[in-house]
Design a protein around this ligand. Sequence first.
Ligand SMILES: Nc1ncnc2c1ncn2[C@@H]1O[C@H](COP(=O)(O)OP(=O)(O)OP(=O)(O)O)[C@@H](O)[C@H]1O
Ligand SMILES: [Mg+2]
Length: 411
Amino acid sequence: MSRKGDQNLIVGLDIGTSKVAVLVGEIQHDGDIEIIGLGTHPARGLKKGVVVNIESTVQSIQRAVEEAELMAHCQIQTLLCGISGSHIRSRNSKGIVGVHEEEVTTSDVERVIDAARAVAIPADQRILHILPQEFIVDEQDGIHEPIGMSGVRLETLVHMVTASVSAAQNVIKSVRRCGLEVDDLVLSQLASSYAVLQADEKELGVCLVDIGGGTTDIAIYANGAIQHTAVIPIAGDQVTNDIAVALRTPTQHAEDLKMKYACALRQLAGSDEHIEVPSIGERPAHRLTRQELAEVVEPRYDELFKLTRAELRRCGLAERIAGGIVLTGGSAKMEGLVELAEEIFHMPARIGVPQYVKGPVEIIQDPIYATAVGLLLFGYRNRSARESDLNDSGGIKNVFRRIKNWFQGNF
Ligand SMILES: Nc1ncnc2c1ncn2[C@@H]1O[C@H](COP(=O)(O)OP(=O)(O)OP(=O)(O)O)[C@@H](O)[C@H]1O
Ligand SMILES: [Mg+2]
């Protein structure tokens, strides 16, 4: 990512099931990020968040990158890339070590994280992130910054995210085929959480639900740290498909109807507002009310939220998210969704739009760009952390080595 060697630029690439989005951010003197370039292109070649056709994915990335380069007047060389899909697994793990000197040093923290990562993972998976939740020095728990503390024993609890080697390789390969290098691979919902969640929500406990085209990506925070992540293979594409099947209309029309008229809660949709639905083949168009359309849409979102609620209960965090539900991603833009979420989860919900960056309102205000904006924030935060301290990419590790290791087998 350089405007010929410009270290102040940072680039995020969100390869979603519906669209590929590239954002170029410029780091300003005060440490803020200003978005100076955006490129988007419909994604072809992905299914439920996973690359299934490299050639088509490469083309989509190339178009989006060109567009972003043109707008930002720069030449992109490296970028941070989001990754999602049902192949992602996550678990919590624990590590314990003795403190070498009298106080905890960077090397102790490195060792304790290494101890936490020493768990058996399936042969086809590799570690994507090791995200420290808390450190415990002797009996004192709830520590976020243990370096410098006195003690003899250091423990850590971490959230470990693994991904399928081949799925990650296909993402990296697609980027490399465009002549670009991946700076880091980041779990999509982790990136989104950087863009849309507030610090006090993470402290209180919050469930982020990023509803895209192919997958719904979940990240749950409590006590200021990530506690659980999950991917549900239901999202906006199914809603479109439900409309197409129920109304017997081509998919493209179903998508248009969804965007313009759909509502996730039937009580909120007018029974006196009529819409015209084009039919398949030579058949004449037919009319229906917005309420009838909402009756097709609501069950799918209802199913999705109930699956999310089941996930919350399964991981034991349902009672720990006083901050409520934050909905983001393109499919969160549906009218009535906040009301439906509040009805199902019995807690407050809101739409999460990207924050913490400057730039054109149409980007900042759009949940579709949550992941892409989050990649910039993740990259910026870890860029400074990487030089001296821990980062969110799996401890003190060289990121370039991380990327190379997806192709080697000795991660
Ligand atoms: N105004 C809208 N109302 C309802 N749905 C919308 C609206 N705008 C976009 N969508 C839906 O959002 C989805 C795309 O969202 P997004 O761009 O976040 O997905 P993605 O990141 O490409 O996919 P994924 O994250 O699943 O891999 C599509 O299914 C689209 O129909
Ligand atoms: Mg997405």
